[in-house]
Write a protein that binds this ligand. Structure first.
Ligand SMILES: Nc1ncnc2c1ncn2[C@@H]1O[C@H](COP(=O)(O)OP(=O)(O)OP(=O)(O)O)[C@@H](O)[C@H]1O
Length: 771
């Protein structure tokens, strides 16, 4: 213990040194840079590099070192290697820059998570260090080489003490990282290859979310060259969930990640309205893609017979056949509507110009022929230059522009979708009726993938803007090349990994290439890749992680797949927890259109959250619908059975409030109830946080079942479970979610009708009380 305390104190001293250096560097580099180009380049490099270093150093402070690996000697008589494992790699300030602390993501750290007595991976001993602040407070040793006679007095025969301490700790309302106690089955998922689609399925509490977040950190470490510059997107079901998980990656020193709900993925649009479940299901169905595509084609029209257009003293005729021909050519380009519009316009203009040239150029012949009483001869007096000039005049005629606009209007996604929702076409009548809506009501979450689909179908005609930007861009690429050359030359090896040449701390040259740098590097634009990605609908992410993936509609999948052309994705979810009416029931159904059956599927089978007693009740509820239902097995049991209390409708809020009070304010408590009961419960629980964006760090939180998704609390009280179950077509799944949120105790309050099959062997108080 004394040795470890000294070692850890030395580590923090080194961390402080590095932090002081980085702070000085950041301060220095923020100073005015003078006017010279080279000075600006130097300043920008320093700001980018030193700020990233400082963030990583600050994040590592808490729980900097948490493990040690003692390897068996490789040859007789030599000491085995020893490595301390922590949140980041740190080197000594000596001539060799020898390693002091190994990043948990490095390959050499892997036995910390995977070695067993059966497969020790060369390890003699694995040690967990528990720290409080900067002091080591406990050691837990596991001896992997059973023949090893050395003992330290800190032996932990099962190796589970650190895990159980983490699982039993009171919740804070914010998810914390699990870097000290990642389990072997989780480690395999975290470090799985990043190419292609990986599906991670597991019941409640199996660590899917935790694993997904650690996988993001791992991938950014192992493939930072590709991923940091394209950013990683993590999609979660709702804003409360995102704030719940928001601290995990920063605590691991990673900030190059964008967290978003599907409703936030169309820049500039915020969903403020709500759909009925039925409407959301229709809007989420794959049929909407065809309906929208057909609606766009409907906007590419032709005149019934002819459109007459005045041009100076002439009247030009745009015949139906000419417009049809123009439309055919424009569609044949395969371009989106707004870009194909130029082709349609070109054809129409050519036809009108030809028509006018015919008339203007033949007029002199006609006049002469009339005067002489002869047949009109062949020919046209106009030169090609004259005809070109006529064409320019026609193109500048507002009536001509208006006629083209009427037939093939330029459209925004918002305009198209507003019109479509006002009169939904190409859908069965019942579906159309369920989504029909007057304009001006505001967008819903289910509208966002439709807007994105519309944007894809329409495209954006930005020719003029692009031409103007191109010149400036060239200049900025040249400037950025200068920045990156300097950055590469001055890269730091301070945190270089033991075994991986590519693993030094991020430098500007890792984060961005010259072109990307140039794109973002306007004088006042120092946004990270994640920030730029958030503002860019067409951004292609390096990797996408989807949590609660079972909830996403087919239309949302289309949006996400467009954001990830490489299909480098991790999808985590649990089909038994599907709540959204538009959600998908099977991975095959989700993935077939994009990758066929070329995806990896893996399962997590151990529940780290919910004690066995609570899981038993939840499983019995699920077995009423599916007798073969098998929940994940709980790693803990608390000996505390769930309780069930009957009340009257009038008394229910008070009964719930009493149950909350009885929980004694230890840790966090959630009350999960049907949405219409929440106002009455809020009156009885005035201190509770509730609403669309509840504060999950409050001692008591009031939630509708869907809001509880992905969250966890020490104590959970579920009000009117039967109404949650029968409240929607996916009500059983909602109830399953509600029942599996507690880490310590669960109680149910109902006003009648609650029945659950008793436990087979030992009837629990829950079953006994169900009268
Ligand atoms: N290896 C681990 N060490 C410590 N805690 C863990 C570990 N794995 C999971 N946990 C904890 O178990 C709890 C459940 O994890 P998580 O929320 O990731 O599960 P989930 O599978 O996403 O659950 P759900 O499907 O119900 O949302 C969290 O508190 C998490 O920190």
């Amino acid at each position: 213990m004394r040795e470890e305390r000294q070692f850890v104190a030395g580590l923090y001293a080194r961390l402080d040194e590095l932090r002081a250096e980085a702070e000085t560097a950041v301060r220095g580099s923020l100073a005015p840079a003078g006017n010279g180009r080279q000075a600006r380049v130097e300043r920008d490099v320093a700001v980018i590099e030193r700020s990233a270093t400082l963030t990583a150093l600050n994040a590592a402070d808490s729980g900097l070192c948490f493990g040690r690996l003692d390897f068996a000697p490789e040859s007789e008589g030599e000491p085995g290697a020893t490595h301390h494992i922590g949140r980041m790699g740190i080197r000594r300030d000596d001539a060799e820059r020898s390693p002091l602390l190994v990043d948990w993501r490095a390959a050499v750290a892997r036995p910390f998570y995977l070695a067993t007595g059966h497969t020790p991976m060369g390890l003699r001993r694995r040690r967990h260090l528990t720290t409080k602040g900067r002091t080591v407070t406990a050691l837990h040793d596991e001896i992997l080489d059973l023949g090893d006679p050395t003992r330290t007095g800190h032996e932990d025969p099962t190796g589970d003490a650190v895990l159980l301490a983490a699982l039993n700790g009171a919740r804070t309302g914010r998810m914390s990282d699990i870097v000290q106690t990642i389990q072997a089955e989780q480690d395999r998922v975290i470090r799985a290859p990043h190419r292609g689609v990986l599906v991670v399925e597991g019941g409640p509490g199996t660590g899917k979310t935790a694993v997904a977040l650690h996988r993001a950190a791992y991938l950014l470490y192992a493939h930072r060259e590709q991923l940091a510059r394209r950013a990683v997107l993590i999609v979660g079901p709702n804003p409360a969930f995102l704030s719940y998980i928001g601290d995990v990656l920063p605590s691991l020193g990673e900030t190059g990640v964008l967290l978003a709900t599907p409703a936030e993925l169309f820049p500039g649009v915020t969903a403020t309205a709500a759909d009925t479940p039925g409407a959301a299901a229709v809007k989420g169905s794959a049929a909407m893609a065809d309906a929208l595509a057909a609606a766009v084609r409907d906007r590419q029209t032709v005149p019934d017979t002819v459109t007459e257009i005045d041009h100076e003293q002439w009247t030009l005729s745009l015949e139906r056949a000419v417009a049809e021909d123009a439309r055919h050519h424009a569609r044949a380009t395969g371009l989106p509507h707004n870009l194909a519009r130029a082709h349609f316009g070109r054809h129409v203009l050519d036809a009108l110009t030809g028509q006018l040239a015919d008339r203007v150029g033949r007029e002199p012949y006609e006049a002469i022929a009339e005067e002489l009483g002869e047949e009109i001869p062949e020919g046209n007096v106009l030169t090609p230059a004259d005809i070109e000039q006529l064409g320019r005049e026609i193109a500048g005629n507002p009536d001509v522009v208006a006629a083209i606009d009427a037939l093939w209007p330029e459209l925004t996604p918002q305009r198209l979708l507003t019109d479509f929702l006002q009169e939904p076409v190409h859908l069965p009548d019942a579906d159309a009726a369920s989504i029909r809506r007057a304009p001006g009501i505001g967008w819903t979450a289910a509208d966002v993938p439709l807007l994105d689909e519309a944007a894809e179908l329409l495209g954006e005609d930005d020719h003029a803007a692009r031409a103007a930007a191109a010149r400036e861009y060239e200049e900025r690429v040249a400037y950025a090349k200068g920045v990156l050359d300097v950055s590469y030359g001055s890269r730091t090896y301070e945190f270089e990994d033991l075994d991986d040449e590519d693993s030094e701390v991020l430098g500007a040259h890792d984060l961005i290439d010259a072109e990307r740098f140039a794109e973002r590097h306007e004088e006042d634009d120092h946004r990270s890749a994640a920030a730029r990605a958030a503002a860019d609908r067409t951004w292609a992410f390096g990797h996408i992680i989807v949590d609660e993936a079972q909830e996403l509609s087919a239309m949302t999948w289309r949006l996400l797949m467009r954001r990830c052309p490489t299909r480098s994705m991790t999808l985590v979810g649990d089909p038994a927890q599907v709540g959204d009416a538009a959600g998908c029931d099977s991975w095959k159904q989700i993935l077939d259109p994009y990758v066929g059956d070329r995806y990896e599927h893996t399962r997590l089978g151990v529940n780290y959250r919910t004690p066995a007693e609570i899981m038993d009740l939840a499983a019995r509820v699920m077995r009423e619908a599916d007798p073969a239902f098998e929940p994940p097995s709980s790693v803990r049991s608390t000996g505390v059975e769930p309780w069930v209390r009957r009340s009257t409708p009038d008394e229910l809020p008070r009964t719930v409030a009493e149950a909350v009070a009885a929980a004694g304010g230890a840790g966090r408590t959630a009350v999960v109830a049907p949405a219409d009961l929440l106002p009455a419960l809020a009156r009885e629980l005035p201190g509770a946080s509730c609403g669309a964006h509840p504060d999950l760090t409050a001692p008591v939180v009031l939630l509708a079942p869907r809001q509880a998704k992905g969250l966890e609390f020490d104590t959970v009280v579920v009000a009117e479970p039967d109404r949650i179950r029968s409240g929607s077509p996916r009500g059983l799944n909602d109830l399953y979610v509600a029942l599996t949120r507690a880490t310590q105790s669960l109680g149910l309050v109902h006003t009648g009708g609650w029945q659950v099959t008793p436990a087979a062997a030992t009837p629990s108080p829950a079953a006994a009380a169900s009268d």
